[in-house]
Design a protein around this ligand. Structure first.
Ligand SMILES: Cc1cc2nc3c(=O)[nH]c(=O)nc-3n(C[C@H](O)[C@H](O)[C@H](O)COP(=O)(O)OP(=O)(O)OC[C@H]3O[C@@H](n4cnc5c(N)ncnc54)[C@H](O)[C@@H]3O)c2cc1C
Length: 401
């Protein structure tokens, strides 16, 4: 059996970027199809901490309350430096955003499956159609735009579109098919250990920067938390034990560790994609700017993409001009902010991986100095919570590029 469709937008990838974007188009009455593919969804092994810019996109999409109910509105982000002998951290050396200019409720903690599930349901209600490419898809040029052949079970669906949006993650098969070059980088020997834990006593994100890495846990709602560590691969031979080391620095969230699910080790990449658009097609989210998760920023940048993509794409559709020159506007508007997120996450990874003698002590000293300067951190958080790049003076003072 075969079917033919003609739609204004085809989004390849049914993740955070894909369903947030299709929701924006469908709510505006723009016919939109999402092509889902890739490996089948696994159970969540990590959580997402979303910054205020992401919350603003969710509010614009009309799903902020639902996502907040599915996760946690964080009351505070506590960040502290344990003693060098690995013993408990000074409890006063923390950053509490309840008293900051940002206010509680602007940071969210949520399981990826829950936020994507909410966006997908809202998107379908608004009129998006999903095609499950269980047997793959092919793409070919059709002037104007593209023709996708999607093989779903017994059926073959051919979709013609003037505009293709690539939202298929950092490994983006579509990027490859469009011949848009990409390179990748990651710090040597460094791994991230991650698991979903049980509930935390209060909706907080707590992070410890210890001598041999960084550990953290964050509330993802009334029933779950996210447990994570960035360590040298030799220290992660027993991933669950690696995560439990956090309790040596901070015993408060012990219930979260008692309810810990399977711990996994991941080695994410930082992607460099110099060109995001070609005639009739444009990349977004991790497909355009996948980055190391050290800064907890990739999903927020992905959600920040959505209103900008919507504006650029609707203008392209309105004028009948989806040329590369027109679609390049998306990258031009996002380049500064996204480039900053990538540089900052890479720098953070390098600082943690540094093996020069004395570098750990220097790092801890500067972290303690920062932790004792809540005004500076407040300012840094506030500047990061706009869609601009933090000012040079703040960046120099917090020691980030
Ligand atoms: C351990 C870890 C922790 C993180 N923590 C945070 C955090 O705290 N805060 C934060 O903001 N971000 C965080 N991130 C980053 C965040 O998860 C990503 O930036 C975000 O998921 C990107 O969304 P996306 O939709 O672009 O890509 P993805 O979420 O990767 O979605 C891509 C979609 O495309 C689909 N796909 C793949 N291949 C095909 C194909 N051939 N055809 C069709 N579809 C395909 C996939 O199945 C998937 O549904 C973290 C990431 C990791 C790995």
């Amino acid at each position: 059996m075969s079917e033919r469709l003609d739609v204004d937008v085809v989004v390849v990838g049914g993740g955070l970027a894909g369903y947030a974007t299709s929701l924006a188009f469908s709510r505006a009455g723009v016919p939109c199809v999402v092509v889902e593919g890739g490996p089948p969804a696994r159970e969540d092994t990590f959580g997402m901490i979303l910054w205020p810019t992401a919350s603003r996109t969710l509010a614009w999409l009309g799903v902020l309350d639902e996502v907040t109910d599915a996760g946690a509105s964080l009351e505070s982000v506590r960040w502290f430096v344990p003693q060098r002998d690995g013993s408990a951290a000074d409890p006063d050396a923390g950053i509490d955003i309840r008293t900051s200019s940002l206010g509680a409720g602007t940071f969210l903690g949520v399981l990826p499956s829950r936020i994507v599930g909410t966006l997908k349901r809202a998107s379908h209600e608004a009129g998006t159609r999903s095609l499950q490419a269980t047997r793959g898809w092919d793409v070919e040029r059709a002037r104007p735009g593209w023709r996708l052949t999607v093989r779903t079970g017994e059926q073959e669906v051919t979709v013609a579109t003037p505009l293709l949006v690539g939202a298929d993650g950092s490994g983006s098969p579509l990027r490859e098919r469009l011949a848009l070059p990409a390179s990748r980088w990651r710090p040597k020997r460094q791994v991230i250990v991650t698991a979903v834990g049980g509930p935390m006593p209060s909706p907080q994100s707590r992070q410890a920067l210890a001598a041999q890495g960084a550990w953290g846990c964050a509330s993802l709602g009334s029933d779950h938390s996210w447990l994570n560590a960035v360590v040298d691969e030799d220290q992660a031979l027993d991933p669950a034990a690696t995560l439990r080391r956090y309790l040596g620095f901070d015993g408060e969230p012990s219930a979260a560790f008692a309810g810990m699910g399977p711990a996994v080790t991941v080695r994410p990449w930082s992607m460099r994609v110099p060109q995001w658009a070609t005639d009739g097609a444009v990349l977004m989210g991790d497909a355009a700017h996948g980055m190391l998760p050290h800064f907890g920023f990739g999903g927020s940048l992905t959600l920040e993409d959505v209103p900008v993509m919507f504006e650029v794409a609707t203008e392209a559709l309105r004028t009948g001009d989806a040329s590369r020159t027109r679609l390049d506007q998306f990258q031009q508007r996002r380049r500064g902010r996204v480039g900053y997120g990538r540089r900052a996450s890479e720098r953070w990874a390098q600082v943690l991986a540094m093996r020069v003698p004395g570098s750990g002590r220097m790092r801890d000293l500067s972290m303690r100095r920062l932790a004792r300067n809540p005004h500076l951190l407040d300012r840094f958080y506030a500047e990061l919570s706009t869609s601009a790049v933090p000012s040079l003076s703040t960046r120099l003072r917090v020691g980030l590029p």
